[in-house]
Design a protein around this ligand. Sequence first.
Ligand SMILES: [Fe+2]
Ligand SMILES: [Fe+2]
Length: 286
Amino acid sequence: MSHSANLTVRKLNINLKEGFDRHWNGGNAFLSAWFNALSMSFPFGEQFFIDAVRAGEKHLGNKAADVEMRATIKNFIGQEATHRFLHTQYNDHLARQGFHNTWEVRAIAQSEKLKKRIKHSPYAHLHELGLTAAYEHITSVLGYEVMLSVNEPHDWLANADSRLQTLWRWHSAEEMEHRAVAFDLYAHLGGNYRRRVFWFTFAILRFSLDLTRQTTRNLWDDKTLHLPSTWWSALQFVFGRHGVVRRLSGPLLAYFKRDFHPKHHGDDALLSQWLHVNQSSWQRVG
Ligand SMILES: [Fe+2]
Ligand SMILES: [Fe+2]
């Protein structure tokens, strides 16, 4: 059964063409570099998710549940395509600032290798969907944390450039909103537990490594890698009282439960509330 009907595609009323500060996130070099690294992974990553879901869609039949799933998939693709569009603008500005996106280069090579390896498998679409569902769990857990910390002292975006604050919260809200789509399609097409946790293990290791490498590279390009303040921010961010280890480990590892479902985690009321309070920042598309 699909849990994600009624997804809304939204266009955000922000313009990044004029660019933004190098340290747009409250003047904090580390926090800016970390979010920039994430942004660098999106245009390629989200295209991969779109392609995987499209390939899976071809295996759907004509039952009511399949038809409903197709409608949900259409809006999922609309959301991810909108994310790609804005993050491409964002990343173009990072390139102008002298940042090098090495994550994307690695991701392209990795995905070519993966596609070659599974080319002849009758389960190729389930492998790609399994990997997509895994990454979608990671993005929704991150998105939930972003939404949960709005107006809290440990908000990662507390002092950010208001346009980028809106961009990240909107993206976070939609990652939460569509968090079950790839997972439901995977399960609906017969994807099993073993393959699901295999791809999650793969994704979480890959993601942690790639995110660390790209954040480090961004700080290097920013010439702030050697500063003690950078390292202090990084340590707090990872191991602090409100650090990612404490905040994210539980929700991420929940994916290993046999009866896991994305809708067990997160809070749809939270995202509706943010979307309502910030309704002047976006418009419904279609
Ligand atoms: Fe997205
Ligand atoms: Fe997503």
